[in-house]
Design a protein around this ligand. Structure first.
Ligand code: HPA
Length: 234
């Protein structure tokens, strides 16, 4: 079913869709990890592909940056394309001293400074959490790849540039591991529609300490996260 943002035909998507923020990363995954990948969306260059990984049908699509963008694309995948599981693969900024660049985080839960959940008209505060079985599968896949992922809570922020620069310390005090900008919406949408979601993140920068990075290291860490996600896909 085509939408204003997605021209893919009915059944064009697999049951599991991997979502990096950057559509060119979706293209990279399709070209380097999937067999027989076919492009299924190109509207606004939000590239989407479906192919196979180790014999299983998998799709990959960019989400764009921030809650409104992933909100649109993920809702349409779940509600109109029969997608059951979305695994976001993204980057995050570390809030804790003991996190290093390229560490892998499985976001068990997401807090937010966004008003996203207002639409559900709940008489309280909604806790956005990952699907437990998907998280467990990703945890086991990571271990098998020799990675020791951190599992915990992250912040989905509406702002990348915050006018109150030290506000992150309040979240850090609450045990929040890191900040990104999408998970809270993805988890909320999945819950509201009875679907599954998980966010796998790699640390790309730290709010606590200065760390140098090379392009090669960034590429390798992205590959690791992709492999965990592809192994986790149903
Ligand atoms: N803030 C928000 N989102 C991010 C960051 C950050 O510092 N790093 C990677 N994604």
């Amino acid at each position: 079913m085509a939408t204003p943002h997605n021209e893919a035909k009915e059944n064009a998507f697999a049951k599991t869709v991997l979502m990096p923020g950057d559509p060119l990363r979706a293209k990279f995954i399709a070209e380097n990890f999937l067999e027989n990948a076919v492009q299924v969306n190109g509207i606004r260059n939000m590239l989407a592909y479906t192919g196979t990984y180790k014999g299983k049908k998998v799709s990959v699509m960019g989400s764009g940056m921030g809650i409104p963008s992933i909100g649109i694309y993920s809702y349409e995948l779940y509600a109109f394309y029969g997608v059951e599981t979305i695994i976001r693969i993204g980057s995050c900024g570390a809030y804790q001293e003991d996190l290093n660049l390229y560490d892998v985080i499985l976001a068990e839960g997401a807090s937010t400074n966004s008003n996203w959940a207002h639409q559900y008209d709940l008489p309280g505060v909604f806790s956005a959490v990952a699907d437990f079985n998907t998280l467990l599968k990703a945890y086991e896949a990571a271990k098998k790849l020799g990675i020791d992922p951190k599992v915990g809570s992250i912040l989905s922020s509406d702002t990348f540039y915050n006018d109150t620069p030290d506000v992150w310390k309040k979240w850090a005090k609450m045990g929040i591991l890191a900040v990104e900008m999408e998970s809270y919406a993805l988890y909320s949408i999945a819950s509201s529609l009875g679907k599954k979601a998980l966010c796998i993140l790699t640390v790309s920068d730290s709010l606590c300490k200065k760390q140098e990075t090379t392009a090669e290291e960034r590429q390798n860490s992205f590959r690791t996260m992709m492999e965990i996600a592809l192994e986790t896909a149903e």
